[in-house]
Design a protein around this ligand. Structure first.
Ligand code: NDP
Length: 271
């Protein structure tokens, strides 16, 4: 039976085994999928051992997405654009790396949630790995503008630098001013500790859409802010999680699973 795993630290919280087992059952694929907690600084040794034991591929989660980028022998364009890796497959000595976080996010927003990004004014809060992965797929949807606002402004500037020819701009959270946005993504990790990024409720335009990348946290402080601003279209990252997993599954197994059942099973109501 082909073996897959998700590698991170910590890893007990990961929903990936549940998701991939459900996908395998629904598509009649014979595979196993486990959690592996790698010691910090030991990503390469951990994955070497998994490959020696016959592993076919892995998902990679925090804090190893950059280690996975360095470990790969081949990187897709998406992985290179993101500078980070969230899925790998092994073929003899070849270690092939991908990043499906951004395509997963865009597919959830555009297809599942029926929110076109074309011509929209987009605010991306945060400039970490998730934003790096999301920018190229969002740019491909041809929004009017993307503003990447980060607590540490230099990080936002570094993240937007490859997009100098397009309408992607960087600023500090404290520099947002009076501009309003049609779609606001919270790609900071503030919600993981129930914190609110320092942003005003004035950033939401009328009929705005607010998307929290964290999942399973219910109504986070960011979503509460959006609600106070009158935003009615709210979502969290459960669909992004399921869609990036489906992309990895397709890449590994050649069949794309339907995500609806998994999304329904993992959804925590936004209340
Ligand atoms: P990183 O650690 O790479 O980046 C964290 C970002 O959050 C940085 O820009 C940091 O700013 C900012 N930040 C952290 N705390 C605060 C705060 N209190 N106020 C304002 N800004 C803050 O994280 P990731 O990019 O990997 O993840 C970001 C979020 O996306 C997480 O919630 C994660 O769970 C979610 N995610 C969801 C996925 C899904 O499938 N749904 C997939 C991947 C991520 P600074 O640079 O100033 O430190």
């Amino acid at each position: 039976m082909d073996r897959y795993a998700v590698v991170g630290n910590p890893i007990a919280q990961s929903k990936s085994p549940l998701i991939h087992s459900a996908f395998a059952e629904a598509t009649s694929q014979s595979l196993s999928y486990e959690r592996i907690e790698s010691p910090l600084g030991q990503f390469a040794a951990t994955v070497d051992a998994f490959r020696r034991a016959g592993g076919s591929g892995i998902n990679v989660t925090a804090p190893f997405k950059l280690d996975a980028f360095a470990y790969a022998t081949e990187r897709s364009e998406r992985a290179r654009e993101a500078g980070a890796v969230n899925a790998m497959k092994f073929d003899g000595d070849r270690i092939i790396a991908e990043n499906f976080d951004g395509v997963g996010l865009v597919r959830d927003v555009v297809v599942n949630l029926n929110c076109s990004l074309k011509g929209k004014r987009i605010l991306m809060l945060g400039a970490g790995g998730a934003t790096r992965g999301a920018l190229a797929p969002i740019v491909a949807e041809r929004p009017a503008v993307i503003v990447v606002a980060n607590r540490t402004v230099q990080t936002a500037r570094d993240v937007v630098a490859p997009y100098a020819a397009t309408r992607v701009v960087a600023c500090g959270l404290d520099e947002l001013g009076a501009e309003q946005f049609d779609v606001v993504f919270n790609a900071t990790s503030a919600s993981l500790t129930a914190q609110l990024p320092a942003v005003s409720e004035r950033v939401f335009a009328a009929n705005a859409f607010a998307y929290e990348l964290a999942y399973g946290k219910g109504l986070t402080p960011f979503l509460q802010l959006a609600q106070r601003a009158g935003v009615t279209r709210l979502a969290d990252g459960v669909g992004m999680l399921a869609e990036q997993a489906a992309e990895a599954f397709l890449w590994w197994r050649g069949v794309r699973p339907n995500t609806a059942a998994v999304i329904e099973r993992l959804t925590v109501p936004l209340m």
